[in-house]
Design a protein around this ligand. Structure first.
Ligand SMILES: NC(=O)c1ccc[n+]([C@@H]2O[C@H](COP(=O)([O-])OP(=O)(O)OC[C@H]3O[C@@H](n4cnc5c(N)ncnc54)[C@H](O)[C@@H]3O)[C@@H](O)[C@H]2O)c1
Ligand SMILES: CC(C)[C@H](C(=O)O)[C@@H](O)C(=O)O
Ligand SMILES: [Mg+2]
Length: 355
């Protein structure tokens, strides 16, 4: 079993290091790790944020453990050289079109949510975000206009793209609460009309799933008012990006939420995928031991479950994380003083009581 480790920039290496300590503690047999350069670090060393050797390593692996990319010192670079292009390039090149972003409350954390504790307690949702299309990958550029320089990005989805993410979302909903909310902006966007009509078509194959449609502005409001009304959400790339960061504040911190990016390729024990926290490189706290590594550690759990078929070990990690949060081991993002390493230590000792 091969895992490519792409830690990246800012807090990416700091949180990934804690996930790797957890992986090491599991002492899995037949596991080989490869480390590659990605993001601003790779640009400085190789002149490109996603060097061909990194892409080749990612392709050859069964799964990728990704940290984060981004460095404000690269803001003036041409677009194709910016660190963020590395993660977009991996998602596109590897056909990782389905991004699963679970957001569920942790016992004992309700009072740290941005929501009232009784509201926060109800959050248990999964955002299924389409990851290979939308305004992210449409034609874009800069041109002259009567009003000066003009930036433009085109948004589109075709039926095939919507159908394949809808299939993932309906199947996910079948394994959860059998309720699916499709989030779009069909009152304004042509893209969303195709999105909605295609979702309705796919729904015919899943009669047990209760389907609702919601405009994204309303969905953003409902998520902070009554997050418990959501079970599974399916949405496009841009709306899913925004709603998942918002969901993290409902849970308590962006440092807590993990993600899996999956495509169609199967590995010996599961589905090939890339696993990363939903947060970024957090330059404001990088290098200070302040980053919460929980999202990275939970991303490792998702990797073990989806790509390596190691459900039991994934469960141990998730219970260890729940345990340390229940014990009140909090970093600065949750109002505590535990460092990145302290949180890693606490997860490791909890893990020892399980495996
Ligand atoms: N997939 C990725 O690699 C990814 C995701 C998001 C943003 N980014 C990039 O990261 C850079 C910074 O972006 P941003 O500031 O908008 O978003 P960010 O997620 O990096 O940070 C937002 C805020 O949350 C805090 N935060 C994030 N992760 C945390 C953690 N684990 N523990 C404690 N606090 C945490 C940060 O300190 C910051 O205040 C940009 O270059 C952006 O493009 C990359
Ligand atoms: C860094 C950026 C390209 C990325 C995205 O928008 O998808 C990030 O915000 C994320 O959520 O993974
Ligand atoms: Mg994001």
């Amino acid at each position: 079993m091969k895992i490519a480790v792409l830690a990246g920039d800012g807090i990416g290496p700091e949180v990934t290091a804690q996930a790797l300590r957890v992986l090491e503690a599991l002492a899995l047999p037949d596991l080989v790790l490869f480390e590659g350069d990605v993001g601003a670090a790779a640009y400085r060393r190789h002149g490109h944020p996603l060097p061909p050797e990194t892409l080749a390593m990612a392709r050859a692996a069964d799964a990728i453990l990704f940290g984060a990319v981004g460095d404000f010192s690269c803001d003036d670079l041409p677009r194709h050289l910016r660190p963020e292009q590395a993660i977009l390039g991996l998602r596109a090149e590897l056909g990782l079109f389905a991004n699963l972003r679970p957001a569920a409350g942790f016992p004992g954390l309700e009072h740290l949510s941005s929501l009232k504790p009784e509201v926060a307690r109800s959050i248990d949702l999964l955002v299924v975000r389409e990851l290979n299309g939308d305004v992210y990958f449409g034609d874009k550029g800069e041109r002259e206009s009567a009003g000066g320089r003009e930036g433009w990005d085109s948004m589109s989805y075709n039926e095939a793209e919507v159908r394949r993410i809808a299939e993932v979302a309906f199947r996910a909903a079948m394994g959860r609460g059998k309720r699916l909310c499709s989030v779009d902006k069909a009152n304004v966007l042509e893209t969303s009309r195709i999105w909605r009509e295609t979702i309705i078509e796919v729904a015919k194959d899943y009669p047990e799933v209760e389907l609702e449609h919601m405009y994204v502005d309303n969905a953003a409001m409902q998520m902070v008012k009554e997050p418990g009304r959501f079970d599974t959400i399916v949405t496009g790339n841009l709306f899913g990006d925004i709603l998942s960061d918002q969901a993290s504040a409902c849970v308590g911190s962006i440092g807590l939420l993990a993600s899996a990016s999956l495509g169609e390729r199967q590995t010996e024990h599961g589905t090939f995928g890339l696993y990363e926290p939903i947060h970024g490189s957090a330059p404001d706290i990088a290098g200070q031991g302040k980053a919460n590594p929980v999202a990275a550690v939970l991303s490792l759990a998702m990797l073990l479950r989806h790509s390596l078929g190691l459900e039991q070990q994934a469960g141990w990690i998730e219970r260890a994380v729940e345990g340390i949060l229940d014990d009140g081991v909090f970093g600065g993002d949750l109002g505590g003083s535990a460092s990145t390493g302290d949180i890693g230590d606490a997860i490791l000792s909890k893990l020892q009581t399980m495996s």
